[in-house]
Design a protein around this ligand. Structure first.
Ligand SMILES: NC(=O)c1ccc[n+]([C@@H]2O[C@H](COP(=O)([O-])OP(=O)(O)OC[C@H]3O[C@@H](n4cnc5c(N)ncnc54)[C@H](O)[C@@H]3O)[C@@H](O)[C@H]2O)c1
Length: 180
């Protein structure tokens, strides 16, 4: 009995030492990891970086008159035309929808507000490209289905226009990168 008790304490003692050693190893590894992580952070902070342009705080030069071209005059587009028609300093110079009825709806809103008729782009899936290329447009306002938001925004910007789009501006990561 005595022998068994002694044996038990011997085994328990060894196991206890083993457990303690295990904790020590984990702590050691963890502190080594922290040291390495800290060293890599310190190294990164010490590096000199050249400043790269980003859009934070960017303000585009002021336009006295903002000439807007709308693409997509289904449900949402006419409401946007209506809202913009009430803003001082806005001209609506172009209206586009592949469906000519949509363009007609937009023209009626302009008429109601006593504004001049806008140039019409319609009758094909690609007519919007001509609107984006037009020298009479400063801002392209996009109210088409989701899949067209990114290509239309990007094409407008490639043609030197500001672009505003209904959400979402992009439906995947690649589109987000393209829009940036
Ligand atoms: N309706 C809402 O309450 C609401 C709210 C928030 C956001 N949105 C977004 O606004 C956008 C438009 O919504 P909606 O309800 O007006 O949709 P809608 O389908 O009624 O209108 C889209 C219009 O885009 C036109 N169009 C499609 N392909 C075209 C092309 N290649 N060239 C020119 N015109 C083209 C269609 O003919 C149609 O008139 C959608 O992306 C939607 O998610 C809508």
């Amino acid at each position: 009995m005595k022998t068994n008790r002694r044996k038990f304490f011997q085994i328990a003692g060894v196991a206890g030492a083993g457990v303690l050693s295990g904790v020590d190893i984990v702590q050691y590894q963890s502190s080594r990891h922290k040291e390495t992580a800290l060293a890599s952070i310190q190294e990164a902070v010490a590096k000199q970086h050249s400043q790269q342009f980003n859009m934070c705080g960017y303000a585009a030069p002021k336009l006295e008159t903002v000439r807007i071209g709308f693409i997509g005059l289904g449900n949402r587009g006419p409401g946007a035309v209506e809202r913009m028609s009430n803003i001082e300093g806005v001209q609506i110079t172009a209206l586009c929808d592949k469906n000519p009825e949509g363009v007609k709806r937009g023209q009626m809103i302009l008429e109601k507000h006593g504004m001049p008729s806008a140039k019409e782009y319609s009758g094909s899936e690609d007519a919007w490209k001509q609107l984006c290329e037009s020298p009479d447009v400063d801002l392209v306002y996009i109210c088409t289905p989701w899949s067209l938001h990114t290509p239309m925004s990007v094409y407008a910007m490639e043609n030197g226009k500001h672009a505003a789009t209904e959400v979402p501006a992009a439906v995947n990561g690649r589109g987000s990168m393209a829009a940036c």
